[in-house]
Design a protein around this ligand. Structure first.
Ligand SMILES: Cc1ncc(C[n+]2csc(CCOP(=O)(O)OP(=O)(O)O)c2C)c(N)n1
Length: 285
């Protein structure tokens, strides 16, 4: 299933279209209940088969060209935004991470905003990066444990998650020490559930913080110390790059904290989306 809610909502409107779901698993994963065909098969094998059977001449279509053009315009918009932003920013963490991940790295991504930011800001790359998430019911539980479990067979191993997700499974960190596991864990600390600031209830300040924002005010540094992790709080983008470079050559558990602000995060995300929408609307005029 696509991560993007907008894409899912769009797919839901296409009631007369044929929806072919390719799923390497054996389940019926179709939360919008739109499948007309369910193919249980490796996606790459399916696409390779499809490409081989498509007539070259039919591969060029107006729709495809437009799709590519809009994609290029959106990328340019996003790159302009990323280049201009100097303060620590959640979308830029993903873009910078993409640039600095070593080839053949595996990246476990927590739910809430990190998986959505990966969907938006982790653009196409020639690097081989394996991105994994526990989507299921979008749980913020057990994420550290999953990343540490993966680290046993996947190296170099990275994880990206929010502070509440980190807090929820902090006990899982013990496994890193007990079994000398190697993981670089990047925690985006906006002191609470940043995703909820995008929802209408954020306009009700009376109960919002207690029920949705849920700031924990915990010290990630102290938690890192408790489990003998190597900890660093990122100061700026250069520091983030240096820290990632150091972590690449440092075994054990590395915890990198990036402090951001929930309120600013909404403003910056909306400005990227609005800019992209304006450019696309203009193009489609
Ligand atoms: C086990 C579980 N409990 C509660 C939730 C509801 N929930 C969804 S996102 C979220 C906040 C996550 O905050 P954080 O990990 O800091 O990420 P951010 O929203 O800041 O990106 C919560 C509590 C959930 N998805 N799973």
């Amino acid at each position: 299933m696509p991560v993007s809610k907008f894409l899912s909502q769009y797919l839901e409107t296409l009631v007369d279209a044929r929806h072919i779901i390719i799923d390497p698993g054996s389940m019926w994963r179709d939360p919008i209940k739109a499948a007309t065909d369910m193919v249980h098969c490796d996606e790459t094998v399916f696409v390779e088969g499809l490409l081989a059977s498509v007539d070259q001449a039919q591969r060029d279509s107006e729709w495809y060209d437009q799709w590519q053009r809009l994609n290029r315009l959106s990328k340019t918009c996003m790159n302009q935004y990323l280049a201009a932003i100097e303060t620590l920013d959640e979308g830029k963490v993903v873009a910078q991470l993409q640039q600095h991940l070593p080839n053949e790295a595996a990246l476990y991504v927590g739910n809430s905003m990190p998986i959505r930011d990966i969907d938006t800001f982790f653009i196409q790359t020639n690097k081989q990066v394996r991105i994994v998430a526990n989507r299921g019911a979008n749980g913020i539980d057990g994420n550290i444990s999953t990343a540490l479990g993966m680290s046993v067979t996947q190296q170099p191993m990275y994880a990206l998650m929010g502070d509440v997700t980190f807090y929820h499974d902090m006990n899982g960190l013990l496994m890193a020490r007990t079994h000398q596991l190697n993981l670089t864990l990047i925690v985006i600390n906006n002191n609470g559930g940043g995703i909820f600031s995008f929802l209408p209830q954020s306009e009700s300040p009376r109960h919002f913080e207690q029920l949705f924002g849920t700031p924990t005010d915990i010290s990630i540094e102290k938690a890192a110390n408790l489990y003998d992790a190597t900890y660093h709080a990122v100061q700026d983008w250069e520091d983030f790059q240096d820290t990632l470079d150091r972590a690449e050559h440092h075994k054990g558990l590395n915890i990198i904290e990036v402090k951001t602000n929930r309120y600013e995060n909404v403003v910056t995300h909306r400005s990227v989306w609005d800019n992209i929408k304006a450019v696309i609307d203009h193009e489609l005029l």
